[in-house]
Design a protein around this ligand. Structure first.
Ligand code: BDP
Length: 669
């Protein structure tokens, strides 16, 4: 009897969707209605998915799915669609099945947002035809810079055992229009191209295909040596070319729509064409030739920093800009948004405005390597929008994002980190969307449409990235992170024998005169890599935007800022402001309790607690350390430090570059 009662309680809980608010359903939380009418006579795996999504989730007028042709549809490209109210019906039209699937998710999104769906007249076309996630997943299941558990790909179990999450992952991506996935780390193991692994990759590709999601692989440039036992990987060597051609043929025999390769070459110890005195273009083009007959592409990364100049921020430009115009048309140069490395704030990489004859794509980092891992609430759309304020979206061919998903139940660790996966997909589809619009969509689908929740939380989300900048690295400071894990502050960090440009003092240049890296014409002149109009603005202390001040200038401690405060005071107030903002987020979240299920409420509250702790840690560490140089007092209304510098200098977190710290590891005042 008791057992029967228990079973029915459990069952009841599930049907009401009560017990399932663990974040696993992401923004796709439609409760089954089970009775919508779908008209579509055609059958295919993709259309069956679209039909079943509507049948299960839609609660409105009958929907028909129609493959269309004609000028209007041709102009929407292979993935665009229309959604229109016609008579008492809703018609979704597209030239392709995947377009109909995208239209389906769009319609369901409107319903979940409680939008008016009575008079629909929607036309959509993606800005980029390539919208790609980059997984930095290793074959041993760890994820470089991944903070939500282990890899989703269970390589040991594949190809025989298939996790249900593979399909859920594809569905989530399709729902926001992501159409490509690079499965493995850019620091690539040659093993991924072995016959055994390709069988596993094929299984994933088969599961993803109906969702319009293509598979790509990161490749190690020396694979012909490691796997093929050749004596060289020289891209101009005929045996090397032959090896790649054969390998590509093998891949396409298993995966006919394989997307292509992503390559990190001659960067951070990875092999590449420069090992043989060949250029990046020669290396990329050799692979591109092999892929060309099958329609595959090469995404060749420009994340390089060989010490050609003493300023690391200039190095990628110096290496790649001279190659402009030399890449084949199925090569896309993949460039990180900033010239250094995914910092909380960077100016855009000047390569974007200087490679006029090269296909380029931007690489954003969705995983929060430098923004508090999955412990901090940091909504990244405002950061990506800032990039598009400088770089015209139509000067790029594609968008890539380093994924933040792992095998944790809620995929991303922090429930709010899901919004970054979502926002990446939405912006890759339409970079003109605002951060607010995307936050609004995501909040309504992921939590509730109640305006008492959506209003305040949208504000929190949109303020959150700036808060991180404030408490970690305001006014253009950058890369003052702890060695290795990039989580906490270590502006004092010195490691005997390390490259200077891996150490914080190289970046902040604090001395008794002032703070910041002089990249103006009196310093490294990195400003000259920007177009003249911007060069002039960044170069002058008077016109340089203050958010980039210490990126481009070494500024005296007593320099008067626009606010009338000295640089030192402004720095103190910025750190203080960061701390106060996080406290504000905590207060808002406390008021949100009535609108959120207990499980997600607790998860977010716990992580905000850590973020609050870390904001104070950052503020105290940086201000107390920089004070040694400024020799100036903290303004009286800035919160008093709770830590001692000496204690903070001893902190060493016991984490590697694929873990997030837990509360008990963090320093205590
Ligand atoms: C840095 C990461 C490192 C990556 C590298 C890259 O710290 O783990 O391998 O970028 O993008 O941000 O290749």
């Amino acid at each position: 009897m008791v057992r029967q009662l228990l079973v029915s309680i459990l069952f009841c809980g599930c049907t009401l969707g009560m017990s399932a608010e663990d974040g696993s359903r992401l923004w796709l939380r439609q409760v089954n209605s089970g009775n919508a009418t779908v008209n579509c006579l055609l059958h295919s795996r993709t259309l069956d998915i679209a039909k079943s999504e509507i049948a299960k989730g839609w609660k409105g007028a009958p929907v028909s799915l129609q493959l269309c042709n004609g000028a209007e549809y041709e102009s929407l490209g292979g993935e665009g669609y229309t959604i229109r109210s016609v008579g008492g019906n809703i018609e979704i039209g597209s030239v392709s099945e995947v377009g109909l699937l995208y239209g389906t998710y769009h319609l369901l999104r409107l319903q979940e947002m409680k939008a008016d769906v009575s008079k629909l007249d929607i036309k959509e076309k993606p800005a980029y035809s390539l919208r790609i996630l980059n997984h930095w997943d290793n074959l041993d299941g760890t994820i470089e810079r991944g903070y939500a558990g282990h890899s989703l790909w269970k390589w040991e179990d594949l190809p025989a055992t298939i996790s249900p999450r593979y399909e859920e992952y594809a569905r989530a991506n399709a729902s926001v229009g992501i159409n490509g996935t690079v499965l493995n780390n850019v620091n690539a193991s040659p093993e991924i191209l072995s016959a055994d692994y390709l069988q596993k990759v094929k299984v994933l590709a088969d599961i993803f295909r109906p969702y319009g999601l293509k598979v790509y692989l990161s490749v190690n440039f020396a694979s012909p040596m490691a796997l093929g036992k050749l004596a060289t990987a020289d891209p101009l060597n005929p045996d090397v070319m032959g090896w790649w051609q054969k390998k590509v043929k093998e891949i396409y025999s298993l995966i006919p729509d394989f997307g292509g390769f992503l390559v990190k070459a001659n960067s951070e110890g990875q092999p590449g064409p420069c090992d043989y005195k060949r250029t990046h273009a020669q290396g990329a083009n050799m692979l591109a030739e092999a892929l060309k007959p099958y329609g595959g592409i090469v995404m060749w990364r420009a994340f390089v920093y060989s010490p050609s100049d003493h300023d690391r921020a200039k190095q990628a430009y110096l290496e790649f800009q001279p190659l402009d115009g030399q890449f084949l048309d199925n090569v896309i140069v993949q460039i990180k948004n900033g010239p250094i490395d995914f910092q909380p704030r960077e100016p855009y990489s000047p390569l974007f405005t200087s490679m006029k004859h090269t296909s380029m794509m931007v690489e954003f980092q969705i995983t929060q390597e430098y923004l508090g891992h999955s412990n901090h609430l940091a909504y990244l759309a405002p950061m990506w929008k800032e990039f598009f304020g400088y770089v015209q979206p139509n000067s790029l061919r594609a968008m890539a994002g380093v994924a933040n998903v792992g095998d944790e139940v809620n995929w991303c660790g922090h429930d709010f980190a899901q919004s970054n996966w979502y926002a990446f997909g939405r912006l890759a589809w339409n970079p003109a969307l605002t951060s607010e619009e995307i936050a609004d969509e995501w909040l309504k689908q992921t939590f509730t449409t109640d305006s008492r929740f959506v209003g305040p939380m949208e504000q929190v989300m949109c303020d959150s990235r700036e808060a991180v900048v404030d408490y970690m690295m305001p006014l253009g400071l950058h890369h003052i992170f702890a060695w290795g894990h990039h989580y906490g502050p270590e502006p004092w960090c010195s490691v005997p024998g390390a490259r200077p440009d891996w150490l914080p003092p190289y970046y902040h240049q604090a001395d008794k005169v002032g703070l910041g890296f002089d990249r103006s014409h009196t310093g490294s002149n990195a400003v000259a890599q920007y177009p003249d109009s911007l060069n002039r603005i960044f170069d002058s202390l008077d016109t340089c935007p203050e958010e980039f001040l210490l990126w481009f200038h070494h500024v005296p401690w007593k320099y008067r800022m626009k606010s009338g405060k000295t640089l030192w005071e402004e720095l103190c107030y910025s750190y203080d402001e960061g701390v106060k903002k996080v406290r504000g987020f905590q207060n808002v979240w406390e008021k949100m309790k009535p609108y959120v299920d207990e499980e997600r409420y607790g998860n977010v509250a716990g992580r905000l607690d850590i973020q609050m702790h870390d904001a104070i840690w950052w503020k105290d560490a940086c201000l107390l350390y920089f004070q040694k140089f400024s020799k100036m007092k903290l303004p009286a209304d800035v919160e008093k430090p709770v830590y001692k510098l000496k204690e903070l200098e001893k902190v060493k977190l016991p984490i590697s570059n694929f873990e997030r710290p837990t509360k008990d590891m963090l320093p205590n005042p």
